[in-house]
Structure formats: C-alpha cells, structure tokens
Design a protein. Structure first.
Length: 243
C-alpha cells in the first residue's frame, strides 16, 4: 500500500490537503530550498489542525551536515508534535559521519533521511539509515528546475532502492517534481509513500498555492489505504510503522 504525501507550507494548505484525502501532511517551505523549514508556530498550528487524522512530517531545513546541529533541529521538531522528522543528506564529505552520529537520536525521534537523486551520496545511505535505527528514507530532487525524479533515475534503479530499503526494514518514499502521469509507473514499484508539491499547485508552480482540484486529482490516482490499518509510530519504537 502506498500513501499519498502532500507537502504544505501552512495551516490552510494542511486543511486543504487533508480534505482532499492526503495521508501524510508534510510541512515544508518551497521558497527556502530543497527542504526549507516552516516556522515552529506553523508546525504547531498544522499539527493541531490535522488532529491525528493523518500523519505529519516536517523537515528541519537545509541544515549543515553536523550531527550536533541536526540533533538539536530534529528534537525541536519532534517537540512540536510531528510524527516524522526529515533530514536531508546533502552533498559533502561529512555526510556519512553526520548520519552515523545520530544513532542515539534515532531511538527518540522517528527520522526519515532524504536522499537526492541528482546528488546521491557516495556511500550506502540506506544501509547507514537502517543501522542507526531511522524509520525510513525518501528519494527526492535537490534542484527543482532540473527535471523530475524519473529524469534522474530509471524505474529499475528506483525499484532497486525500494527493494533495498525494504530489506533493511525501512520505509521508502519517492518524490521530486512528480506529476500525475508518473503515478501509475511509480505505484508499480510499490513505494510506501509518493510525495507531491508542484503537481498539487495552481499552474504546477510549487511556490504557489495549493489547488483543491489538483489535490483531488492526484488522490484519485492512488488507491486509498483503509484507516484501520494505519499505525501511528509510538515514541521510542524499535521498528518503523506506517501501514
């Protein structure tokens, strides 16, 4: 089963995406980079608006690859009530070391590491994420005007990522300038999540406002997961759980 993740920037968009049937409300400010963070007040408002009717994830922003900095940022997001905290594995020599330095944090916070298809790390970040106890990984694109995920990685390569993540006990999500015409091809790969922003906005402008009709159109393409099979991850759980 694949869940529908909608990236939103405020409470109004969160309510709109939830009404359209999004399973995961992902808090991100598209004008602040690949993983731009929203304000703490916005996170609180969105968590309150969702009221456990879906999962809430939030990015810590385009934070430097430093374990101490990442840990502080992740703890701040968790304290605001989100279900998952997303950290970007940005290019840099210290990426693997920074990930490994978050081992203790992963037992307290449900971490999702975001890998970028147009800037993949030179090490097995999926295996590292599993070893430190993260909940999952997502593939996204760092350069938003550089084409969709499928223009950077073939379906065979994406399928291999999904299989690898599953073998490591991780959730696996796919995002990155995805459009309606990509959905059927990606559903065949069976990721745990498909994430969207631009495809949900007016004129497909990711920096613009969400369009209710566009959100409903994407929802219609992804078979719904019955709510009674959802499992919200308990704090300190040892295994990932979404459905």
């Amino acid at each position: 089963m694949t869940l529908f993740l909608a990236s939103v920037r405020n409470e109004g968009e969160a309510a709109l995406a939830l009404a359209a049937g999004a399973d995961v409300i992902d808090l991100k400010e598209p004008l602040r980079g690949a993983l731009g963070a929203v304000t703490a007040a916005t996170v609180r408002d969105c968590v309150d608006a969702v009221e456990h009717r879906g999962f809430v994830s939030a990015t810590v922003g385009d934070v430097p690859l430093d374990a101490a900095t990442l840990q502080q940022a992740a703890l701040q997001q968790q304290a605001l009530g989100v279900d998952y905290v997303k950290l970007g594995v940005f290019p840099g020599d210290g990426a693997e070391e920074a990930m490994r330095g978050l081992g203790r944090l992963a037992h307290r916070v449900h971490l999702i590491f975001v890998l970028f298809a147009d800037a993949l790390p030179g090490f097995d970040a999926v295996a590292v994420a599993s070893r430190i106890g993260a909940r999952g990984v997502m593939l996204d694109t760092m350069t938003k005007d550089g084409g969709s995920l499928l223009e950077h990685l073939t379906e065979e390569r994406l399928s291999a990522f999904v299989v690898h993540a599953r073998s490591e006990g991780l959730l696996m999500g796919l995002a990155g300038s995805l459009r309606a015409e990509h959905v059927a091809r990606l559903l065949a790969i069976e990721p745990d999540l498909l994430g969207f922003r631009g495809a949900l906005c007016r004129r497909h402008d990711r920096g613009g406002t969400l369009d209710p009709e566009a959100c409903s159109a994407i929802r219609a393409l992804i078979p719904r997961t019955p709510r009674n099979v959802w499992k919200r991850p308990p704090a300190g759980a040892d295994a990932p759980a979404v459905c």
